[in-house]
Design a protein around this ligand. Structure first.
Ligand code: SF4
Length: 465
C-alpha cells in the first residue's frame, strides 16, 4: 500500500556523502531492471521444474484503489468499473490453473499475502473468492500459514474483515500515512481522522492477531510536533507493527507531476537538501519515539512491539525460497529468474496492462513475460542486501554456508566505503555484519550502492511509463 522507491541517480563517488534517500530496496533487482523474455525460454513449467517447492511464498496482487495517493507509484488504478473486478478474478483463476500445472505435484506454501493496490477494494464476497482461489486453485492452506492483507481505512469494513479473519488472516496492514488531516491532504490522500479511528476499531474487533499501521514522514509542513501527533495516535492502538516510510516524489505520480525541477515536493519551495534534512530529522525522532514506547527496530522502516508475534508479511524476504506471484503487478522468483508482467506507473498504461491481463487465456499464462536472470554474483548481492538492511544484520556463517566465501571477500570495496562513513557497527564482532544506527538511517543510500553495474545500467536505461 505504501510505495517508496525512487528513480536511481548515478552512483555517488566513494568519498562523497550520498544523499540519504535514493532508493527503497524492497526487492533486488527492481522491476525497472526487468526486460522482455523470449517466450521459448520462459515456460513456467521449465522455470519451476527443478526448484525446491516445499516452502513457497504466495502473493496475490489486486490493482484497484478508491483513490490514487499523490506519492504512490505502485501498480494500481482508481476503481474497477464495468465488472472489472469480476473479470480480474476470472483471470486470476485462469492464471492459478496455469501456475498450478507448472508447479506440479508437491508444491507447499509457507506463507501468503494479498497486496496491491488495495485488496480490500474487493467486496466481502469477492474476498471469499480470492481465498477460495488460493486454497482450491493453488492448494495453499490459508488457516495454517501466516496470511498478510493490506487495507485502506475506507475499505476496512466489518463484513470484509469478518471474511478475512475467518479465512485465517494473521496480519492486517492499514495504510494511514498521517493522522493529521492537513498532512493527509498534502500527500494527496484526503481522509478524515474519525474514519481512520473507526477503521482501526473495526480491525481490532475482528481479532486479527497482528495490526500494522503505515505512516509517512517528510510531508510538506510536517514538524516534529505534528509527526508526534501521528505517532501517538497510532501508538494508542498498540499496533504489533509500525512502518515509518520516508516520502518520495517520483516521476508520473500525482506529486511528481506537480513538483517542479527544483522543489522537493508539490507546492513547496524547499530545496532537496532541506527536504533530506527534514526526513532524516523526522526519521530519528520517530525511531527514538517508538524505541521509547516499547518497540524494537527491525529495519529502517519496520518496528515491532516487543513480544508481539511475527505474523508474516514483514519486510524480511526469505533468502532462498521461491515466490509465486499472481496478478498483473506481482513478481515471482525462482532461484534463477525473477519475473513479472509489464510494469508502468502512468494511469493510462496501467489500465492497458490490466485490460491485457484480464484478456489472457490459461495457455497464455503458461509463460513469463518480463524478467531478470539471477546469476551467482547477483544472488550474493541480493543476499547481502536483504540481510544487511535488517537491524539484526547478516550472520557471516550463513553467507559462507551458502556461497563458500565471506561478504568481506566478495564486497570488500563497498563495505570499506560503508565503514569509512560510519555505517557499519564495529561492535557487532567478526561473525555479524551489521549497520550502525547511522547506517540504518541511510539504508536508502547504502542499498543502491550494492547494486551491480548491470542492474544499475538497466535501471538507468528504463524509460518511466
Ligand atoms: S491506497 Fe494509495 S498508497 Fe496504497 S496502493 Fe492505493 S494509491 Fe497506492
Amino acid at each position: 500500500m505504501t510505495s517508496t522507491d525512487v528513480t536511481l541517480s548515478p552512483t555517488p563517488s566513494a568519498a562523497a556523502s550520498p544523499r540519504p534517500y535514493r532508493h527503497y530496496v524492497y526487492a533486488y533487482p527492481h522491476k525497472t531492471a526487468y526486460r522482455a523474455l523470449p517466450r521459448e525460454q520462459a515456460r513456467l513449467r521449465d522455470l519451476w521444474a527443478d526448484e525446491p517447492k516445499n516452502a513457497l511464498s504466495l502473493y496475490f496482487h489486486i490493482p484497484f484503489c478508491e483513490v490514487r495517493c499523490g506519492f504512490c507509484n505502485l501498480f494500481t488504478r482508481i476503481g474497477a468499473p464495468d465488472g472489472l473486478a469480476t473479470a480480474y478474478l476470472d483471470a486470476l483463476e485462469r492464471q492459478a490453473a496455469a501456475v498450478r500445472e507448472a508447479l506440479g505435484e508437491g508444491a507447499r506454501f509457507a506463507n501468503a499475502a494479498f497486496g496491491g493496490g488495495t485488496p480490500t477494494y474487493l467486496s466481502a464476497t469477492e474476498l471469499e473468492r480470492l481465498c477460495d482461489l488460493a486454497e482450491g486453485g493453488l492448494g495453499a492452506d490459508l488457516r495454517a500459514i501466516p496470511l498478510s492483507v493490506e487495507a485502506s481505512p475506507a475499505t476496512a469494513t466489518a463484513d470484509r474483515l469478518r471474511v478475512l479473519a475467518e479465512r485465517g488472516t494473521t496480519r492486517l496492514s492499514l495504510g494511514v500515512q498521517s493522522f493529521v488531516e492537513a498532512e493527509a491532504r498534502a500527500a494527496v490522500r484526503p481522509q478524515r481522522r474519525g474514519d481512520v479511528e473507526a477503521a482501526l476499531g473495526r480491525i481490532r474487533e475482528a481479532g486479527i492477531p497482528v495490526l500494522n499501521i503505515d505512516l509517512i514522514y517528510g510531508i510538506d509542513g510536517q514538524t516534529e510536533r505534528s509527526w508526534t501527533q501521528s505517532l501517538d495516535a497510532a501508538l494508542a492502538w498498540r499496533p504489533e507493527e509500525l512502518y515509518l516510510y520516508p516520502l518520495y516524489v517520483r516521476p508520473l505520480t500525482g506529486l511528481g507531476r506537480h513538483s517542479t525541477a527544483t522543489t522537493g515536493a508539490a507546492g513547496s519551495d524547499r530545496s532537496e537538501a532541506a527536504w533530506d534534512e527534514q526526513r532524516l530529522r523526522l526519521y530519528r525522532h520517530g525511531r527514538d519515539h517508538l524505541l521509547a514506547h516499547g518497540y524494537e527496530q527491525v529495519s529502517m522502516r519496520m518496528f515491532r512491539r516487543t513480544g508481539a508475534p511475527a505474523a508474516g508479511g514483514g519486510d524480511y524476504a526469505c533468502q532462498t525460497d521461491g515466490m509465486v506471484g499472481l496478478g498483473c503487478g506481482a513478481r515471482s522468483y525462482t532461484s534463477t529468474l525473477h519475473y513479472s508482467f509489464d510494469y508502468a506507473v502512468d494511469m493510462h498504461r496501467i489500465r492497458g496492462i490490466i485490460d491485457a491481463y484480464t484478456a489472457r487465456t490459461t495457455r497464455e499464462f503458461g509463460h513469463a513475460d518480463f524478467g531478470w536472470a539471477m546469476d551467482d554474483e547477483e544472488a550474493r548481492r541480493r543476499h547481502l542486501l536483504q540481510s544487511l538492511l535488517q537491524a539484526e544484520g547478516l550472520p557471516v556463517a550463513e553467507y559462507r554456508a551458502r556461497f563458500g566465501t565471506s561478504p568481506g571477500e566478495d564486497f570488500a570495496e563497498e563495505l570499506e566505503h560503508f565503514a569509512d562513513r560510519g555505517w557499519l557497527d564495529a561492535a557487532a564482532g567478526p561473525e555479524v555484519l551489521r549497520l550502525s544506527p547511522e547506517g540504518l538511517a541511510h539504508s536508502d543510500a547504502a542499498g543502491p550502492e550494492l547494486f551491480s553495474t548491470a542492474v544499475r545500467r538497466r535501471m538507468a536505461a528504463y524509460e518511466p511509463k
